[in-house]
Design a protein around this ligand. Structure first.
Ligand code: C2E
Ligand code: CA
Ligand code: CA
Length: 698
């Protein structure tokens, strides 16, 4: 028995009760003392309040069993059967224990029993409802936070002011290849850096350099975003944000793929997809840089001579292979300091820099022409492309990229018109010519819409009866400033710039419309350019012109030259057969000026051969011309074709030619080409003026 027990011994229990009541009345805890036989000795008001007990119900001597049963009545949740529950708490020795009780009304009360020396015990009861709720909420929040940070696609870490890790997510550990068991709350930044050096997840810097950089960022009060390229090939974006307590939080984003895509896009923006050569944009940049650096350099504008033919006959795929091979050959010729660019289509530019003089440019240009004249192997075919080169030398020929490219282009044009397969240096006089051409080009584009074209018609006269069989339509351009422009001066340009299609279509429609007003036995002949002939849709244009004007197809004659048959002979023959099937007549124009007119006569049964003017001119004095006219007339007769002699200017020519058996003639002797109204007035009107005695229309 202790001293204090002895002191308590002597005190009247009632007095003791008073003392305890006084000491515990204001306590937050409910307190109850009970004797070894489990009877109430004392309880404080808080205890009664907690369990809604009257003083009577807890009077000293009340069995604890009653109080437990009272709690069950209050709605205490228990596991198992009530009697067993009560027995377990009222029998056996009193041991120290903590019990949490939950009531139906949601309250949670925990009590702890402290055994007392005399065999009884004291229990402290505490209402922990709020605390439990709070901790449940906190737990839930922690749980959510864990889920959130561990499911982030970014790495996340918090460090405290002492540069120790507070928390990081799994992604952070993973991104830097850190050993998970060595990283946790409290790990110093320096140790994490060591682990990163072991894993290779650091940029190409020394340990000291990197540590001092990151420490600067860490101690700075400024938010910092940095992009870090790691030795292992990854690129991370780190967003560092300082916290008020001098720690910081950082997110780490793996932007490797995004970076690659960006670089790829940047590359694509500056390179040609087919050949991977520089594109126009990159060439422009390089030119500007080179100009800024000063010094002598050359701009070579290279154009393939026969690319279009390869593309048209062997297909685009073959064309692509050819362009790739061209780029390989050019790469072999250029130096590292040079830039090779593809400008689109079959045009290339080499920026040759530096050069010591024009001679260097000359050498490269010759090499380029030589390398590109060698045959190309395209799958099963061999193709010849050939190239022309125009060269501008800076600073002499220009001080801006635009000027230099323009002048190299002008020189290229000259190289092409001087026969292709060669190079030319720019000269100022070339530019003037090119400007004229461009002005003409612009005017030509406007001319069609402005109605500046007109058809003139030239009579075709029968050799026998002095009568007109029809008219050839010949285009004229009334240029607002230049006056009348002859077809020879604009048809080739129109062919080159693609305007021949709309112009040719206009000619067909116009000629059909005019001829539909004329007597039914007169035909109209229309010249079709080889370029126009090769384009799809010619048959459709002719069909629709015939339909729109009601002209009998048998009255329309188209004149083509043998060049139509040189490229893609099968395609051309197919078109000819279609037209023939419509009833349209086909004439071979300028017979004898090409290389193989005779060969082509065998491919297709032409209705008519037009003997070129150059032979007609010679019939008076040149035996060769006369025999050619004779041979052609005989051949045509044998094959059932009509022959027309062009450019008959004198009676002598007329006599000789009709003597050789030509069926028709055409030339100034009979009439020059004239506007439709004039033709109608002179040759077709009922009250027509006196006609030259040698022709009559009907
Ligand atoms: P072409 O088809 O051989 O036309 C005959 C050319 O000879 C015409 O020249 C005509 O005016 C000219 N001519 C006619 N009789 C004589 C003569 O007795 N002596 C001389 N020296 N020349 C004569 P033009 O009208 O200047 O046409 C030149 C070429 O332009 C034509 O040659 C034809 O190839 C082409 N052309 C004319 N009109 C058209 C057209 O509407 N479409 C196309 N694609 N080509 C056309
Ligand atoms: Ca003609
Ligand atoms: Ca002709």
């Amino acid at each position: 028995m202790t001293e204090s027990d002895r002191q308590l011994e002597g005190i009247d229990p009632l007095v003791l009760g008073e003392l305890l009541a006084c000491a515990t009345s204001n306590l937050w805890l409910g307190i109850i003392l009970f004797s070894s036989d489990r009877k109430v000795i004392f309880c404080n008001p808080r205890y009664r309040e907690m369990y809604a007990l009257s003083p009577e119900q807890v009077r000293p001597g009340t069995p604890i069993k009653d109080l437990i049963e009272h709690r069950l009545k209050l709605g205490l949740n228990i596991r198992g059967e009530a009697g067993a529950y009560v027995r377990a708490r009222t029998e056996g020795s009193i041991a120290s224990e903590r019990t949490v009780q939950q009531f139906d009304d949601g309250r949670i009360i925990a009590y702890t029993i402290h055994p007392l020396p005399g065999g009884g015990g004291m229990a402290t009861h505490e209402d922990i409802t709020e605390r439990e709720e709070l901790s449940a909420r906190l737990q839930e929040r922690n749980f959510q936070f864990d889920i959130a940070i561990n499911n982030m696609s970014h790495g996340l870490c918090f460090f405290d002011a002492d540069h120790r890790l507070r928390v990081c997510n799994a992604r952070y550990i993973d991104m830097y290849g850190l050993p998970p068991d060595r990283v946790g709350p409290g790990t110093p930044l320096a140790e994490i850096l060591d682990m990163r050096f072991e894993a290779g997840s650091v940029p190409a810097m020394t340990r000291v350099e990197y540590a001092s950089w990151r420490t600067d960022v860490a101690t700075s009060a400024e938010p910092t975003d940095s992009i870090v390229e790691l030795r292992n090939g990854r690129t991370f974006k780190i967003r560092h944000r300082p916290m008020p307590d001098l720690g910081w939080v950082a997110t780490h984003e793996d932007i490797t793929e995004q970076r690659k895509a960006e670089l790829q896009i940047a590359h694509m923006a500056h390179h040609d997809a087919l050949t991977d050569l520089a594109n126009r944009a990159l060439l422009g940049q390089r030119l500007r840089q080179t100009i800024e650096q000063g010094g002598l350099f050359a701009v070579h504008h290279i154009d393939l001579d026969k690319f279009k033919a390869v593309n048209d006959t062997l297909g685009h795929q073959a064309g692509d292979i050819l362009l790739q091979e061209v780029s390989r050959r050019l790469r072999r010729l250029a130096r590292d300091s040079d830039t090779i660019a593809r400008m689109g289509g079959d045009e290339f530019v080499i920026l040759q820099t530096p050069i010591s003089g024009q001679g260097d440019a000359e050498v490269l240009a010759r090499e380029v022409v030589g390398a590109l004249s060698a045959p190309f192997e395209l799958d099963e075919h061999q193709a010849i492309a050939g190239a022309s080169v125009g060269i501008a030398v800076a600073p002499r020929d220009g001080t801006t990229p635009e000027q230099l490219l323009h002048n190299a282009d002008v020189a290229l044009y000259r190289a092409k018109s001087n026969g292709r397969g060669i190079h030319r240096f720019f000269e100022p006089a070339m530019d003037e010519e090119a400007q004229n051409r461009r002005a003409l080009e612009l005017d030509l584009r406007k001319g069609l819409a402005a109605g500046e074209f007109e058809l003139h018609y030239q009579p075709i006269v029968k050799a026998s009866g002095h009568e007109i069989s029809g008219f050839e339509a010949l285009i004229r351009w009334h240029h607002p400033r230049r006056g009348l422009v002859a077809p020879g001066d604009f048809i080739p340009l129109a062919e080159e710039i693609g305007l021949i299609m709309p112009i040719g279509e206009w000619v067909i429609r116009q000629a059909c419309a005019t001829a539909s007003r004329w007597p039914n036995h007169l035909h109209v002949a229309v010249n079709i350019s080889a370029v126009q002939f090769r384009q799809p849709g010619l048959t459709e244009v002719i069909v629709s012109a015939l339909a729109a004007t009601g002209l009998d197809p048998g009255r329309l004659e188209i004149e083509i030259t043998e060049s139509v048959l040189i490229q893609d002979r099968d395609g051309a023959l197919a078109t000819l057969r279609q037209l023939r099937a419509l009833g349209v007549r086909i004439a071979m124009d300028d017979f004898g000026t090409g290389y193989s007119s005779l060969t082509y006569l065998q491919c297709f049964p032409f209705d008519k051969i037009k003997i070129d003017r150059s032979f007609v001119r010679g019939v008076g004095n040149d035996a060769g011309s006369l025999s050619i006219v004779r041979a052609v007339a005989a051949l045509a007769q044998g094959m059932g074709m009509t022959t027309t002699a062009e450019g008959v200017e004198t009676d002598e020519q007329r006599e000789r030619i009709s003597a050789e058996g030509c069926n028709e003639m055409q030339g100034y002797l009979f009439s020059p080409p004239l506007p439709a109204a004039e033709i109608e007035r002179r040759f077709l009107a009922a009250d027509r003026p006196a006609l030259p005695d040698r022709i009559a229309a009907a």
